[in-house]
Each structure stands twice: as structure tokens, then as C-alpha cells.
Design a protein around this ligand. Sequence first.
Ligand code: HXC
Length: 521
Amino acid sequence: MSDKFEKLNRLREEALLGGGQKKIDEQHAKGKLTARERIELLVDAGSFDEIDMFVKHRSSDFGLDKKKFLGDGVVTGFARIDGRPIALFSQDFTVFGGSLSEAHAEKICKIMDLALKTGIPIVGLNDSGGARIQEGVVSLGGYAEIFLRNTMASGVIPQISAVLGPCAGGAVYSPAITDFVFMVKNTSHMFVTGPNVVKTVTHEDVSFEDLGGAETHAAKSGVAHFAYDSEIEVFENIRKLLSFIPLNWKDKSPEKEFEMPSGEQGFNDDLTIPKLDDIIPDNPNKPYDMCEVISLLVDKGDFLEIHKNYAPNLIVGFARIGGISVGIVANQPAVMAGVLDINASSKGARFIRFCDSFNIPLLVLEDVPGFMPGTEQEWNGIIRHGAKLLFAFCEATVPKVTVITRKAYGGAYDVMNSKHIRGDFNYAWPTAEIAVMGPKGAVEVIFKRDIDSAEKPEERLNQLLNEFIEKFANPYIAAERGYIDSVIFPRETKLKLVNAFQLLKTKVDSNPKKKHNNIPL
Ligand code: HXC
């Protein structure tokens, strides 16, 4: 018996070494952690339960029959994060550069199937040279099996990808389908074709980092939702992200006990926040920072911003209000006056759809002058992309609350979770300006003749402008019709939100039955 136990011990030790100590040292020399070190840092201590430790590839071409490693380049299993279950896989670069063989793909598929059946999130730690070249089309088939499962799991369980090394060619499409992508500056790269192919095809000289590094994808392409300086920060923030979201589409996000706030956020005992009354500048064209509003409103100022560096004119992220996890979508007047452009629209739409898939209520903070004008935006499809944002808000059946802090002009008023598209509670601050268009543009259109024929056109324009502002640039016309449920002092906002989200916990709403919708892509 002891021999048999000894053998198991020996095999386990062999598997734990992956591609061997030399390869582990090389991995460390590149500033990267090993597959198993990563798991240890990500999950609750001692909670990792590995499966398929002894899987080997079945290939014999190119001398592969003499080169086999237990686990075949990916570590898979279950674990807990903050006591809640997850499934995970972690690619092991020390084995054939983490490349994906048939067996490697089968391991990932098995863990994905189990995650889907048990209704728990899947976290993938990617570090791979791509398709195992020696296995040819079998490896491509393996990728396709993973893509199919990513798609089937979409909207059923949360899927999180961390790209911690190379991720190239078609391999990028698995993380791309998942809900959130984390990258590490300088060590992770994602691209469909690398710098050499780019040089040949387009004659561009570009470095790995510029082409597909973390900052590129976090700021330019929007492929990455998060970019951090180190792997450790990636793991901390995956843990934080999971704390806001449910295990699956039927589950609810963990609710935290709401501690009545102390003085640090400027609260009074009755939940009023006097500081909020001072946020909006007297001059309606002056910017202010919506992040300040968010940090005052959310419990303990705790906010996980997503896509922070991409389309910063729209802020999205998770927070808690009165202990309830919510997704915040907020215009940022401090960046391009908070205008909605192509990138902001698709960023917002994808986030809203995640929240709606997973029962996470939405809070909209609105200060938007409209959609971005210009040929660049029109020719690249602001109509198509803006429609995504509108569609996402319209179809969402989760609790939806809007607070208009200042501007709500034109189509953007409708789009940003207005009453008409099923906003449950729509509040406006007294500083709100709700109208078809900004006062100057409006007056120049409807009073063009009047102004042109006036003796002093400039004076007449100003007179008409003041009349228009007085009459239309306020929240009361919308409130008269019930489009705004209540005009509130900014300081009352937290109280209103806590009450609204508590009340809406039992909200039930649905969409007509269909195969699936056809969101404008
Ligand atoms: C088999 C691979 C491999 C691969 C790396 N290795 N990539 N083995 N298939 N795809 C092996 C190397 O031979 C080496 O083995 C070990 O992994 C480490 O690789 P190095 O090159 O020494 O590491 P590094 O210098 O860090 O470079 C990493 C790399 C480079 C940038 C990823 O290895 C590379 O360019 N690999 C090829 C990438 C690629 O073209 N993949 C196919 C993409 S197309 P030894 O034994 O020497 O240690 C694709 C299609 C997917 O993936 C389609 C899905 C639809």
C-alpha cells in the first residue's frame, strides 16, 4: 500500500513543478508568477481544489511523445473567494509556453461545463503562446470548443479573464467574449497579429506594448476593463469585483449590512449630505467632477470603476447604496462636458447589459449635453452605437433609478434611463435643465427671424435667451407631467436612493417572450 501512496505523492510533486524548476525560474525572471502562485494569491487560503492534475497530451508528432508534462500546461479546479465558490483555470507558461493542446482545451472545457452546471463564476488566468503548433487543427478545434462555452455561459454565470502574459491570434476571442478583462502593464499582451505581421502588412513599426499592452487596451481599444501595475493588484481587484456580483443569473449580489454612516462622508444622522448642495457650479457651462458626487453617495465611498481610462466622459462601475450592490452609469461633465460619443455609448451599453443579466440594479447620474456632433462621429456610426445604449436601457428590467443633476438635453434625455423607458424612480436636482436642446441653440432656431430683424440682434438674442432659460432650463415642466417623480435637494439624494433601492428589491418586470433580441451591433 505504501508504494501506491508513494506513487501518488511522487506524481503530485511532479505535477506541481509544471515544466520544471528551470522554466519556473525563467517565468520569474520575466516578472511573472507561475500558474499555481497566481491561484494562491487569488483565492481564499487553502480553498483550491484541483482536478485533472494528471492529464497529459496525446500527441506524438514532432517528438512530442517524449515530452509530456502532468497537467499539460493548465491548472484547473474550484476554490472560494470571500467564502463564495468559483471555478478557475490558470494556464502554465512553463509547459510548452502555456500553449493550448487538445487535452489542455478539454480541461478548460470540463471546468467551464462544471461552472455552468453548478452556477458559479469562472475565472480564467491566461498566459499562453496560443494554439499548440505541433497539434495543428486539433488545437484550433479546442479553441472553438472554449469559444462556444464562453458564449453559452454568457449571461448565465459571470466570466472573468485575467491576461497575464501573451494572448495572441484567435486566442484573444475567449477573453473578449467574457464579461471583464484584466491586464498587467508591461507583461501582458493581446493582439490578433503581432508586431512582425503588422510590419509586413501595413509597414507600421509598433512595439508589443503599444500594439497590445494593458494601457493600449484599457484606454484605446476598450478590450481591457482594468489595467494594473502588478499581478497582485489584478488578483485583489478580481476579488473586489466578485464581491459586488452574484454567482449566477438567478442569484442576488451579496448584500452588506448598511452601517449608518459617521461624519466622514459629511452625513447627518438623517442621511442628508449637505456637501452635495455645493457641487453644481453657478455657471451651467462650468465642469465639475461627477466622481465626487459618486464618492459622496455610495456606502463608505467604496466604488469599483470599470473601464476607467476608456471613454472617461461616461463613468461606469459597481458600488453599494444602503448595503445593496448597484451598477452606476454616470455622465462626467469634467470630460468633454459629459457628451455621449461612440465609445461612451458602447461602454455604457455593455455594462448595463451585464447588470441586467445578473440582477444588479442601475443608478444613473445624469448631466449630459447630448450626443457628440461631427463627421468623425457620424461616419463611424454614432447612430448605431448610440442606439446600443438606448437599447440596453430600454430592455433592462432590473431596478432603475435616475438622478438628473444638471443637463438632460435632447435624445440623451430619453436615452439616459428616462421615465419613458421604464425608469422606476426619476429624480432631478433643482439645478436640472431638461429640454430639447441647449438654450442658445434653441433660441437661434426658433427665433432666427426675430433676432435677424432686430435693431440690436445681440441684445435681442440675450433677452430671448434669458426668457428661454427661465421657462425651459429647469426640472419643473418634466415634473408637472410626472416624467420626474420628485425634484429633490441634492443633500436628500442618498436618503432617496437608499429608500428607492430597498423598495425596488421586490420589483418584477419582464420583456416579451422571444428567441433573443437583435441589439444594433
Ligand atoms: C507550442 C510553444 C508555443 C506554441 C511557445 N511555445 N508558443 N509551443 N506551441 N504556440 C514554447 C516554445 O517553443 C518554448 O519551448 C516555450 O514555449 C517558451 O517559449 P519562448 O518563445 O521561449 O518564450 P518567450 O520568449 O517568452 O516568447 C513567448 C511567445 C513566443 C511570444 C508566446 O513563444 C511565441 O511567439 N510563440 C508562438 C506564438 C504563436 O504564433 N502562436 C500561434 C498563434 S495562432 P521550449 O521547449 O523551447 O521551452 C493561434 C491561433 C489560435 O494561436 C486560433 C484560435 C481560433
